[in-house]
Design a protein around this ligand. Structure first.
Ligand SMILES: [Zn+2]
Length: 296
């Protein structure tokens, strides 16, 4: 069982100090993928970095500008280009004069023909492309970029060295598992990114949605175990002759909010692609969401 954390005190638009170096403002965009909404983090004081400005929401922009009144923003950092994370980056950067740092957006073809529940912010362009190992500094804070593809091919986490903390975006969230939706999402890469974060031994994870994870090691181990368990369930379905995703989802996700089933189907596809590559299962032709899978 994953030791989910869902309880926390917040109010929309309010700026809360959540650690010596970190403040957080939550946008009013609750939903099945955003939990209580997008949490935008402000790092440092005086000259600050801002992580995941959030959705295109005028009131959230006002709340952020209120929170940093009298301060300068040196960096806007974006974990990935989903609609609940990146669209406000450009208006916020324009209002503060900061540069936007993020990974290269995925090529438009990567998501072609696939409906995912978290929309891509396809208009997004960073001012500067950042990648693994890049370091950003301000007074009393140092932030390091850690590439964590899986949820999205361009997903980044940001480590705050002074607090041995990680802004984990949607890669690891305390309130829920994340969605891995192909073709942009990739389960093999996701596993590798989970291992990469676990190996760093962070003290605290600050996801973009919900409260922090304050005991990352057991949490990450359970998160990984959950995926392996899901993989075993999928193999079990294939073994039982239910080789199509449409047959598996209602069984495997019987206890889950049906609004999440389309995304769950993509998650199952992510597992099937991974299992196909690993040689455990096979199908005729290219593996797709409509394919019938069988044991190899
Ligand atoms: Zn996302």
């Amino acid at each position: 069982m994953i030791p989910f954390v869902r309880q926390f005190d917040f109010a929309y638009g309010r700026c809360d100090r959540v650690s010596p170096l970190i403040r957080r403002v939550i946008a009013n965009n609750p939903g099945p993928f955003t939990f209580t909404g997008t949490g935008t983090y402000i790092v440092g004081s005086g000259a600050v970095a801002v992580i995941d400005p959030g959705p295109a929401d005028e009131r959230h922009l006002e709340a952020l500008l209120r929170a940093i009144e009298g301060e300068t923003v040196s960096h806007v950092l974006v974990t990935h280009t989903h609609a609940d994370h990146s669209p406000l980056a450009r208006p916020f950067a324009a209002a503060t004069g900061a540069a936007i740092h993020a990974a290269e957006p995925p090529s438009p073809a990567a998501g072609a023909g696939v409906v995912i529940e978290e929309d891509d912010d396809s208009a997004f362009r960073p001012d500067r492309v950042t990648d693994e190992g890049d370091v950003f500094e301000g007074p009393g804070w140092t932030i390091e970029t850690i590439a964590t593809p899986g949820h999205a091919s361009n997903h980044l986490c940001f480590a705050l060295r002074e607090e041995n903390a990680l802004f984990s975006g949607d890669h690891v969230m305390g309130w829920s598992t994340t969605v891995v939706s192909p073709p942009d999402g990739d389960m093999g890469e996701y596993y590798a990114s989970l291992d990469k974060v676990a190996a760093r031994g962070f003290t605290t994870l600050w996801p973009t949605h919900g409260p922090p994870v304050t005991e990352p090691q057991p949490f990450l181990a359970a998160y990984k175990a959950h995926r392996l368990e899901r993989e075993a369930q999928i193999l079990e379905q294939v073994r039982a002759g239910r080789g199509r995703i449409a047959e598996m989802v209602p069984v495997i996700y019987a206890a889950v909010d049906q609004r999440l089933w389309p995304a769950a189907a993509h998650s199952v596809l992510a597992h099937l692609l991974h299992l196909t590559r690993a040689g455990a299962i096979t199908t005729d032709g290219e593996p797709t969401s409509a394919s019938e899978y069988r044991l190899a």
